[in-house]
Write a protein that binds this ligand. Structure first.
Ligand SMILES: *Cc1c(COP(=O)(O)O)cnc(C)c1O
Length: 385
């Protein structure tokens, strides 16, 4: 059946982003692609094979379920790391499948030791240390205990990494706090040698840190939003455009995703008519209206009612009235020749115009992430060149 809308994922855009990010981080750090939130709405089953085709060999997810999705989607040779939740009962599964996981409390480490002994294979762990985010992370005392236990059982625990997460690297308002975190992290990495560890991957940087804290890239970077072609914040984009410390030449970030649908129906409404439910929109002139079979069930925020735009025939057309569950109405009065079946772009470019995720409201940090992950997984994803 023909889908009512399609999300295209551009291979050339992804390749361009990966090349750009490599130029920004330099040749040394390992690149780990963060694909939590179903690959930020791109869908793990489509995005992971595409990323592997573009050379990505490391993925990070939030949960064990997502790790299983990556495992199923991957061609086989990639490493997978769980940054968040996994039930102790599933640690055996992770060990058997070579899935690494963050350890941020001692009970998980002990459960991993037990599971490893049962299976006869070591657990791959990344010790997450507390540096000031106060979300998850081992405090120094517990970190020392963890190192001692891991050092005592090298056949059961391989410490692959030591890591932490910043408290908002996309905003300079957090500059001081992040500096404290960097110092705390250095203090913790300094303890590794004391317990006989070396050659362990130190990793702290998310997308924003890659741009705003170039010295934080260390041995590995965990990049989410930027690989998909979005700046972590407007502030980060502007700071970079003004010549951030590592500004390379050439294209920067390009959106991987393009969401398109088709005009479902056309009609005219007289001046004074109310368009759609209730009194949300009143026609101030005779209007030509196009309905589009995409609504909040698919991930268009309802807050786009009366304010959002789509592209038809290369022209921005305003959403009029409320966004409904499965459809919305747009104003095509000034776009000549619109016909049923015409392409409608909800996100991405059409001709030389573009609808940005940021246009779905203010350009705020959370909004880009939130809009992306709320795109319905029922919408087919199609890889294009
Ligand atoms: C989500 C996440 C990242 C990636 O963040 P982006 O801003 O999307 O690059 C990195 N590390 C951790 C621990 C995360 O949860």
């Amino acid at each position: 059946m023909k889908p009512s809308s399609v999300i295209e994922l551009s291979e050339s855009a992804l390749r361009s982003n990966l090349r750009f990010l490599r130029r920004v981080i330099g040749p040394e750090p390992k690149f780990c692609s963060v694909v939590k939130g179903d690959a930020y709405g791109h869908r793990i089953d489509v995005y992971v094979p595409l990323a592997e085709k573009c050379g990505v060999r490391r993925f990070a997810v939030f949960s064990a379920e997502e790790a299983a999705d990556v495992l199923a989607a991957s061609a086989g040779s990639s490493s997978i790391m769980i940054m968040g939740t996994i039930a102790n009962d599933d640690l055996g599964w992770a060990i058997e499948n070579d899935v690494a996981f963050f350890v941020f409390d001692l009970s998980r480490l002990d459960a991993a030791l037990r599971a490893s002994k049962r299976i006869g294979k070591p657990a791959r762990v990344h010790l997450e240390v507390e540096t000031g985010l106060y979300r998850t992370g081992l405090e120094e005392q517990a970190f020392r205990v963890a190192l001692r236990r891991a050092a005592a059982h090298p056949e059961n625990v391989v410490v692959e990494g030591i890591c932490t997460h910043f408290s908002g690297a996309e905003s300079s308002a957090n500059y001081f706090r992040i500096g404290e975190q960097q110092r705390a992290f250095e203090h913790h990495t300094g303890l590794l040698a004391e317990f006989g560890f070396d050659g362990i991957d130190r990793h702290v940087a998310c997308s924003a840190a890659v741009f705003n804290y170039p010295d934080s890239t260390l041995d590995l970077v965990r990049v989410g939003i930027a690989q998909y072609g979005y700046w972590p914040s407007e502030e980060t984009r502007l700071a970079f455009a003004r010549g951030g410390a590592r500004r390379p030449r050439g294209p920067s970030l390009t959106r991987v995703m393009r969401w398109k649908s088709r005009v479902m129906n056309l009609k005219s409404a007289p001046m004074g008519a109310f368009i759609g439910y209730g009194l949300a929109y009143q026609a101030m002139r005779r209007m030509r209206l196009a309905s589009v079979p995409v609504g909040y069930a698919h991930g268009i925020p309802r807050a786009q009612s009366n304010v959002g735009h789509v592209l038809i025939r290369g022209c921005p057309c305003r959403i009029v009235g409320t966004v409904n569950m499965n459809m919305m109405t747009v104003d095509v009065t000034d776009v000549p020749g619109v016909k049923p079946g015409d392409e409608v772009v909800l996100l991405g470019h059409q001709g030389d115009r573009e609808i940005e995720v940021g246009a779905f409201g203010e350009r705020t940090h959370n909004l880009t992430y939130e809009v992306l992950v709320r795109l319905s997984s029922d919408i087919p994803r199609e890889v294009i060149a």
